[in-house]
Write a protein that binds this ligand. Structure first.
Ligand SMILES: [Zn+2]
Ligand SMILES: [Zn+2]
Length: 268
């Protein structure tokens, strides 16, 4: 990048600050409302205030990381991405909280939030993409990776990142030995009695059948979360374009849309 290009980029990034200022003002306005509404018995206001603050501070952090990246510190690309992801998540949550009370004033604040949040989020993401060196994505050599007789992994069909892991074992959360499933939305422990069937389908490279089996017998409500049945491929969170939805401030479900445009609910 030439010095002039670099300077222009840094100037554009600096200007995002104006939108961040607007977001800060809106954050304060939302918090003022929650604090002023003392007559209501809304016990959710405490956590809701925290959500608004987290949304705002994630954007600020993403912007600060972006500035570091624009100064040549590429190691902050990852953190910038993480903060953007967190900010988006919090934004979705805050927005659903604002709509929960069906109050005209809050609906108005929600509309402003959507507008101002995107005015911050979109340019940060665009500049970050510009500054991220092009990585050559490597497709996986195999659809399924066998670690041992009791552990298998399924990589993303686009970038090879591990998306699904099945193994027999325990974790801090699941202390009883089970068939541990780790997907792109959650981890859970399944009954050990399914291990033979699951491992044999993995051994046969039959992801479609594995997904059907898990879904139809409600072992995993939405089947393999990283899997698109229509193209018979597995995708990581990023390549599946996954996004969460919230209802009245509570996590509701996750949707994903594969690169071929197939959309489905992957977690409920
Ligand atoms: Zn991927
Ligand atoms: Zn698909």
């Amino acid at each position: 990048m030439s010095i002039n290009d670099k300077r222009a980029t840094q100037e554009r990034i600096w200007k995002i600050r104006d939108s961040i200022q607007e977001l800060e003002d809106l954050k304060d306005e939302i918090i003022r409302f929650y604090e002023s509404d003392t007559e209501s018995s809304q016990s959710s206001y405490g956590p809701w205030k925290t959500d608004v603050k987290e949304c705002y501070f994630s954007i600020v952090s993403a912007w600060e990381m972006l500035r570091a990246v624009s100064e040549g510190k590429e190691k902050y690309i990852e953190s910038c991405n993480s903060y953007l992801y967190l900010a988006k998540r919090k934004f979705t949550q805050v927005s659903s909280e604002l709509r929960a009370l069906e109050d005209k004033y809050l609906d108005k604040l929600d509309k402003s939030l959507s507008k101002i949040f995107n005015k911050c989020y979109d340019p940060i993401l665009t500049e970050l993409r510009e500054l991220t060196p092009e990585v050559i994505l490597e497709k996986p050599e195999k659809r399924i990776i066998k670690i041992s007789d009791q552990e298998y992994e399924i990589p993303c069909s686009v970038c090879s990142k591990i998306c699904v892991n099945f193994r027999i074992g325990t974790t801090d959360l699941f202390t009883k030995e089970g068939l541990l499933y780790t997907g792109i939305t959650h981890q859970t422990s399944l009954n050990l009695k399914y291990a033979n069937k699951v491992f044999s389908l993995l051994e046969d490279d039959n992801i479609a059948e594995l997904h059907n089996f898990l879904e139809s017998s409600s072992i995993l409500e939405e089947g393999l979360d990283a899997y698109c049945p229509k193209c018979d491929k597995v995708y990581c969170w990023e390549h599946f374009n996954a996004y969460e939805e919230y209802d009245d401030g509570f996590y509701d479900c996750t949707y994903a849309e594969c690169p071929e445009g197939h959309k489905r609910m992957i977690d409920d």
